[in-house]
Design a protein around this ligand. Structure first.
Ligand SMILES: [Zn+2]
Length: 319
């Protein structure tokens, strides 16, 4: 299905360009050949987010109809634990993906690398002593890396299209105070391969705080996200990456299987590595929802691609 991506993108791009102008070359044979792909079943997967700042590209299906926080097509409330790695979208994904790629501004489109599908995940081992696991990388020799995006203060208008165009899994560690004013923005990202996980209510430095205080922030964040999105997180990132033994106990008691630090960070499009240059197999990469989301996200994708690795879904590696 990916093989035809370039072709589909080209066709969709041509079609979109035609839509943008006043369609002088209207129903040419090639256009009619393309249109089923645009308005076909795949289009419904794209429709909630058709419009971006770049202008109503997929205009027929544009306006975000899914008023609810959880888009109808997304995984069921409690289920969906075992999903196929790296492709949450099902059959409609390649079309949605190609349309999103074609809809990106040209200066971004050329910077989206193409990845092979991620290999089947191998599960890590978790502690059995009543604490959550702690990882800054996933211990694996598989050629995979993990993209994590934190907080949620900035809702960049191109975030959805970029995720769709990249067609890779990402894990969002969301602070509920940051997303409370517009949780549905992040709900839409779930339809593009994102999984929403826990990053506390108010982003305190947890280290040294009482068990009760830490539990309040961790359980409270998970409960609120469950209320917003219909799925209670099972993974946790402590604010600032700081933690102590109490954190991992409280996280476990709040239902968090594991907590995560990182091996690389991203800001203003630059990726900084903690263990020498380049992304290594199993590395967890940290970025944030910031003003320069496109540069950060594309910088991370390119760093992973340059290392010969494939973005994989963090949740798939946790038993
Ligand atoms: Zn944070």
């Amino acid at each position: 299905m990916r093989i035809s991506r370039a072709l589909v993108v080209g066709m969709v791009a041509a079609f979109v360009a035609g839509c943008g102008s006043v369609t002088p070359t209207a129903p040419a044979p090639s256009a009619s050949a393309v249109s089923p792909a645009v308005t076909g079943p795949g289009a419904s997967a794209v429709s909630p987010n058709g419009t971006g700042p770049s202008g109503g590209v997929v205009s027929p299906a544009v306006t975000g109809p899914s008023g609810g926080v959880v888009p109808p097509a997304v995984t069921g409330p409690s289920g969906g634990v075992v999903s196929p790695p790296a492709s949450a979208g099902g059959a409609a994904k390649p079309e949605a993906h190609a349309i999103a790629l074609a809809a990106l501004p040209a200066n971004l489109r050329g910077r989206v690398p193409e990845f092979a599908p991620a290999p089947p995940a191998t599960k890590v081992e978790l502690p059995t002593d009543g604490t959550a696991g702690w990882f800054s990388r996933i211990p694996t020799t598989q050629r995979v890396a993990f993209i994590t995006i934190d907080d949620g203060w900035v809702r960049h208008p191109l975030a959805l299209k970029l995720l769709q165009a990249a067609d890779v899994p990402v894990t969002l560690f969301l602070e509920t105070d940051a997303i409370r004013s517009d949780p549905r923005f992040f709900g839409r990202l779930e339809s593009a391969g994102a999984t929403i996980e826990n990053h506390t209510i108010s982003h305190p430095d947890l280290k040294g705080r009482s068990y009760a205080a830490q539990k309040h922030e961790i359980c409270g964040g998970a409960d609120q996200l469950a209320g917003f999105y219909g799925r209670r997180p099972t993974l946790f990132r402590p604010p600032f990456g700081t933690h102590d033994a109490t954190t991992l106990r409280a996280a476990h008691d709040c239902g968090m299987k594991a907590a995560f630090s990182w091996k690389a960070t991203t800001n203003k499009g630059k990726v900084r590595f903690q263990d020498g240059p380049g992304v290594k197999p199993g590395d967890i990469i940290l970025m944030h929802f910031r003003d320069r989301f496109p540069d950060d996200f594309l910088g991370v994708l390119q760093a992973i691609h340059k290392a010969g690795l494939i973005p994989a879904r963090l949740e798939d590696y946790i038993p």
